[in-house]
Write a protein that binds this ligand. Sequence first.
Ligand SMILES: *Cc1c(COP(=O)(O)O)cnc(C)c1O
Length: 382
Amino acid sequence: MGYDTKTRCIHGDNDGVLFDHPFGAVSTPIYQSATFAHPGVGETSGHNYSRESNPTRSELEAIVSSLEGAADTVATSSGMAAIALFLELFEIGDHLICSEDLYGGSVRLFDTNGKGHGLQFSYVDTSDLRAVEAAIRPSTRAIFVETPSNPTMVVSDLEALSNLARAHGLLLVADNTFLSPYFCNPLRHGADVVIHSGTKFLAGHNDTLAGFLSVKDPDMAQRIRFLYKTTGSCLSPFDSFLVIRGIKTLAVRMERQQENALRIAQWLRLQPKVKRVLYVGLEDHPGREVHERQTTGYGSMISFEVDSSQTAVRLLERVRLIAFAESLGGVESLVTYPLLQTHGDVPAETRERLGITDRFLRLSIGIEDVGDLIRDLEQALQ
Ligand SMILES: *Cc1c(COP(=O)(O)O)cnc(C)c1O
């Protein structure tokens, strides 16, 4: 559509005309109704039953489709629900190639339920095209990536991977949680499916769980819709409202969070107890060139390594403004210990290879005053 992303965060694709609400309500009403009366036999008001569709949720799905350039999007009760729904597309014996550095919950889902249902998974460095190609088998159906990856910020080349996927008849799937549709639209760079934990940047306030599955192809959209109404992992009307409200400020939050993150990454680098800083916005980040080709920003996720596990533990216990908590993307800054939290379920040898040690920390930078955040880190690093 003709409007900029910032406008579409607020109006979707509605050509600047507000969604057509009763009484001209500017904000989306919460249709807290499980079921909808039929005007006549064989007739529908447009909605029948809220597991299948709900007016509040449909509006949210239309906004996310607009932001991602998708044919359709389903809103799920969490990010994991979206990934579990995605797995329903596959059958016994199907093989998926995944980024080796992946959100721990995804690894847990794949290695327990996924394998239990007869699927197979290979974890490779998806920034290395040759490694991905070498992992392709006759039974391979999809390549599943996070870019930048969580938490080691490895950048994968979406266009190159999509060319490889197309040549082998595979789906390319991107978990776009770390950048949000404001900074990256994988479907425009060759991906077939985009997944979000809407809990993070999209909702943006650490107050609700949500997930999204967006697809480019109308036929696949129909399959996903069928699986969605059949398995019932839908987002509630109230939570849909909260995410719509969150997305209205996505653009301003992303800009501010990124600005703060760059300042903090640069500051962290100068601290004697900090040994390594991973942020895609730093000029010497190894994936920076590829990242710049496929995004319009760097986001606000920073990982860093300190000199000892004591320093790491002390920092986690001493931060006052920054909360020691799982999750990311909200207006409140958070610090995470991936070893014990988000990546606790990743096999130890994988963690070691990736450098997710007891000295490794991850920051999600919020919208607080950057000076206050730096002072908080400074006292916690003493
Ligand atoms: C949080 C997260 C998920 C899972 O989403 P939930 O909303 O917590 O279920 C998936 N992928 C990434 C990259 C995440 O950060």
